[in-house]
Design a protein around this ligand. Sequence first.
Ligand SMILES: Nc1ncnc2c1ncn2[C@@H]1O[C@H](COP(=O)(O)OP(=O)(O)OP(=O)(O)O)[C@@H](O)[C@H]1O
Length: 779
Amino acid sequence: MGDGQKIYSSNPKDYKLLEEVGYGASATVYRAIHLPSNEVVAVKCLDLDRCGSNLDDIRREAQIMSLIDHPNVIRAFCSFVVDCNLWVVMPFMAEGSCLHLMKIAYPDGFEESAIGPILKETLKALEYLHRHGHIHRDVKAGNILMDSNGEVKLADFGVSASMFDRGDRQRSRSTFVGTPCWMAPEVLQPGTGYNFKADIWSFGITALELAHGHAPFSKYPPMKVLLMTIQNAPPGLDYDRDKRFSKSFKELVAMCLVKDQTKRPTAEKLLKHSFFKNTKPPELSLKKLFVDLPPLWKRVKDLQLKDAAQLALKKMPSAEQEAISQSEYQRGVSAWNFDVEDLKLRASLLQEEDDIQEIKEEDGSNLYMNHKVVSSSGPEVEKPGTSSNNTYREKINGDEVPVVESPSKKEKVFENDLPESDNQGKTGINISVSKADLPLLEKDSALAKTRIQMGKPRQTQSGPLMPGVVLSHSKLERTRYLERCEIENHQVVERAQQVRKAPSFSGPLMLPNRASANSLSAPIKSSGGFKDSMDDKSKTNLVQIKGRFSVTSENVDLVKDIPLSTSSRRNSQESQLRKSASVGDWLFDSKPMPNNQSPRDISNSNVPASVLMPHLQNLSQQTSIQQDLIMNLLNSLQLVEVADAPQNGTLPPLPRGAENNGSVESALSERECMLLMKITELQSRMNSLTDELKAERLRYMQLQQQLNAQQHPVNLESWFLSNCSINSVEDSNLSLQQIRRMISLRRYNLVNLFNQYEETQPPLVQNHVDTSVRFELFG
Ligand SMILES: Nc1ncnc2c1ncn2[C@@H]1O[C@H](COP(=O)(O)OP(=O)(O)OP(=O)(O)O)[C@@H](O)[C@H]1O
């Protein structure tokens, strides 16, 4: 009787948990004994509190796992809740994940003879899952498990998605989940959906990971990985440096890592690739990988100790260690708890890698190097910081290879060879302490030092960011746009502060001109090499350079696209203020509404509080800044010299000489009139903003009520009953069938409403709609 047929009870007392053999973002995995049968099993204890996914996701994972029936896919024997944990009982894979194995004994990756069988078995698993309508969405070495007999199984359905959703969403997902290094461009890119071909991309990245010991770009923080995946040529095997690998392996990888998902082959087709023709069965070729290695739990323990020692060396307080370890999890190395704000912040703090001496990652040292793979002897690898990241694909031996060109263009470096840390350390035992992982304070001070040394100030961002844990398509654009709004807002505040601090009494107030570092019209050019790597298109769209890292935007003109109601109002206000050019360039630029949405539009829709709050904050900020401006105007205008003539709509100049007493009087009264007009104008603007703010507040309260109501439609039948003022279905004169019909009509209406709402709302707002509402509506 195979494992599949055994009865595994759902009673925790029937399981004796033994050693810890791994852990992820939300789960710890134990070797355990199923006492009634005396079988060794693995128990994955998912901490429901720590778990980012909702119960539906978890239930789905467990459900899918229990239905799995394929030798290469881990299936769940059973699952049940114990206190705040969900226990998933599954076969114990005694050699753990490929990632573990590489970290322990093969830091430079496996030999091709081992990679072949691992990939082949993984492909079989993918072929099975895809055939049954699932996208795995988290294919990587950390999720490929091996048993001592060489068996290979794909694990972790934490983020898998059923492709059999109803309606338009079928076979095209729009939720941002997964692990960035392994994520396909279409998953990261705005506007497009993705399908099972995303797994093929991840499979290609996994192939590179197995070949090198780490995934391409894994050195970089997630946001940078995200942009590099979108902007750069796909990574691949280097035809010079990766001489130890066959042409067919390189070809296979290149086939998977095609940016156009439609051009990627299916798992079924890949299985027929020549690379797999001569692949030996896993039981023959993989077993040797584990010879002489201590048992899995011992390795895991050793790795944990090693990491703990590294942390101790850094002499960090435990809270900081914890913060690092947590951020390691959350910054995308661990799947679906994607904290976009954190990513943005870190991206903004990015700097030249060579600006600050990097804290060396000691991950490369292996603990049990009894099978060290001889690494290829290629040219010296260029440090990422010294590279311009100017990437293109070059034909070598008739094949396209991604190449990174140094600024001098003297030497070429193959992109996927850039030294990288193991950012996949989601298991937590590899807490890599790269500078990107330093606690912010420490990092900030390092940054500050660098800035002083280099004498080139860089922009950091502050202020509230839009909340959101899930980045979906087109959110990247919106993120850029919001970042820009934030910068503008920051500028406005800075200007207002400067007005307060240093009112100039002679001539224009001293304010930064438009071509300043933060100016959108004149983006600051970093001396970092990254800009060189961008094509012309992205150059024109450059919004910011953050260290070697640029943020571009196709929507740089978004402000122009703000609906007339808002933009024209703002433009006229801007122009009015601009007209008082006598007070310099202190253009009051209100923070535009994200996503072309006027406050009124927002107030007329069902928008969650998280979206409304920034608007409200904006409005109140604008109001207070305007108040400041008015005060400053009043204080300083008497002494301000006005350059423009009154016919230009600006204030008349104040004559200087005492001999012009008569004209001084008339000019003064003229000035007074204009000032009064200006003040009235500003006051009315302030009033209207205050009104808007009040209306928004009111609307916000209403929306929150509506949202609450929508979030808890839980039981439509009970909704119906309560709305029909009857106590039970039996009490009513209606037949159950009629009631069901009414309920389904109601549901239908809700779905319609929801769809309409989605159509009218910009995607940013859509994405903030609680997924539970979607789930409830779409069933
Ligand atoms: N059946 C098993 N047998 C042996 N080791 C396992 C088993 N399942 C998982 N592991 C080990 O535990 C680690 C964590 O497991 P898993 O990836 O399922 O956790 P997770 O919390 O879902 O991870 P993630 O961070 O991807 O969400 C794996 O990388 C692997 O090393």
